[in-house]
Ligand binder design. Structure first.
Ligand code: DC
Length: 218
């Protein structure tokens, strides 16, 4: 069974998807890390972002393996490296590239196999797994999402203000929604879950109930 979790940046998708997978004994696939991995590889090789064909060729060449929280590219563990601010800033070049998306969606389907898996991203219920049994669109108000992100950044010692985080988030929301291929939007059959004011446990409890509606054996 496949459970897709899509939603905007800062909605808590990764944390929720990981916790849900643990509760249900499913595998967990973080697809954002795959776009980040292509961007990291291109950054290291000094790719010209203005030549989308080169980036697509690189994406097709890389051996990307995702297993829970770990991601390797050509055998190197890049799980931490893909999270850097430098990589975050250029990941849109990979995410906006239709051929890169095609390649990564193909890989996502292969990695999911026929297993029980929670997949998390922007287009999982729409483009990658349109036939998924259970689709969640996880969201929260812009200010709540920015407050959570600010908390994360401040705990990492980054000197940022709430206004800066909110502005950067608005920019990412616009990019995610306006992408010509694989834009962020809820699938017609997705259930929208707004997490404002909810604890992680409350959100996961709600998703377990939704998942059980599709497969009573959990
Ligand atoms: O969720 P994240 O921040 O790790 O995602 C990194 C980037 O990749 C972000 O710009 C959105 C994009 N992305 C995407 O276009 N499609 C996905 N399935 C997952 C992420």
């Amino acid at each position: 069974m496949i459970i897709t979790i899509d939603g905007p940046a800062g909605a808590g998708k990764s944390t929720v998807a990981r916790a849900l997978a643990r509760r249900l004994n499913f595998r967990f696939l973080d697809t954002g890390s795959m776009y980040r991995a292509v961007a990291l590889a291109a950054l290291r090789r000094g790719y010209d972002w203005d030549v989308p064909e080169d980036l697509a060729r690189l994406a097709r060449k890389l051996e990307i393996v995702v297993d829970g929280d770990r991601i390797t590219v050509d055998g190197e563990d890049v799980s931490e490296a893909v999270r850097s601010t430098e990589v975050t800033a250029v990941t849109r070049y990979a995410a906006d590239n239709p051929q890169v998306r095609e390649r990564l969606v193909e890989l996502q389907r292969r990695l999911a196999g026929g297993d029980d898996v929670v997949v998390e991203g922007r287009d999982q219920g729409t483009a990658a797994f349109p036939e998924a049994e259970c689709k969640i669109f996880l969201t929260a108000g812009a200010e709540e999402r920015a407050r959570r992100r600010l908390g994360d950044l401040q705990s990492q010692g980054e000197p940022v203000t709430f206004e800066e985080v909110l502005a950067a988030q608005e920019c990412r929301d616009r990019e995610d929604a306006s992408r010509p291929v694989g834009p962020l939007r809820p699938a017609a059959d997705a259930v929208e879950v707004r997490t404002d004011g909810m604890t992680l446990e409350e959100v996961v409890d709600r998703l377990v109930v939704l998942a059980r509606k599709h497969k009573a054996s959990f």
